[in-house]
Design a protein around this ligand. Structure first.
Ligand code: FNR
Length: 185
């Protein structure tokens, strides 16, 4: 049976390195994983006054997460934290209180930046948020990828550096095992 993975990429940029990284990881995964990117760019900002009457785009995004078996977060680092657009989507899908769409779904956090720390600090913040939201997160390997325009992943999600391919394959293998362990399939 196919395992549906909801992918949340924290960048809206057309040529996003983080989206490239997501595609690279997806290509390394076995066919049993079906990846679905969650659109987070056009969501109205979260407003608690609307908890009793959730706007249609919020409900649709939340249902997409509820329907997934597993989660993959791919985040850039903005000013040493998670981009607001990603945090907004997480806040929406976690509410109203008691209806958190993420709870119990196995997940992982990875990311890329042009800086040498590869979005490590943003990922650390995101791990904290997701721990609160009851997401069982893969601990290792941590994936901090430094991007340049020419790699290590091209615009089509092809990995251009052998050591990166080997490292990301190791991540994918651990992620798949983690998802199976949590879902007990
Ligand atoms: C950045 N960038 C950045 N990089 C980093 O390593 N640490 C940081 O704190 C920040 N802060 C930051 C803030 C803002 C507002 C922007 C726009 C950028 C650079 C960032 O890593 C780079 O733009 C990446 O290319 C963003 O990821 P995507 O859009 O390529 O996926």
């Amino acid at each position: 049976m196919s395992i549906k993975v909801a992918v949340l990429v924290g960048s809206l940029r057309k040529d996003s390195f983080n989206r490239r990284l997501a595609h690279a990881v997806e290509k390394l995964a076995p066919d049993e994983l079906a990846f679905e990117h969650v659109a987070i760019g056009d969501l109205p900002l979260y407003d608690q006054d609307l908890d009793g009457n959730y706007p249609v785009p919020w409900t649709a995004m939340k249902q997409q997460i509820q329907a997934a078996d597993a989660l993959l977060f791919v985040t850039p680092e903005y000013n040493r934290s998670v981009p607001g657009v990603l945090k907004n989507a997480i806040d929406i899908a976690s509410r109203p209180y008691g209806t958190n769409a993420f709870a119990g779904k196995p997940g992982a956090v990875i990311g890329a930046s042009i800086g040498s720390t590869g979005s490590a600090l943003a990922q650390q913040h995101l791990r904290n948020v997701l721990a609160y939201l009851d997401v069982p997160l893969l601990g290792q390997p941590e994936v901090f990828v430094q991007f340049k325009d020419d790699g290590p992943v091209d615009a089509d999600g092809n990995i251009t550096v052998d050591s990166t391919r080997k490292f990301l394959q190791g991540f994918v293998d651990r992620y798949v095992a983690w998802v199976h362990a949590i879902l007990q399939r």
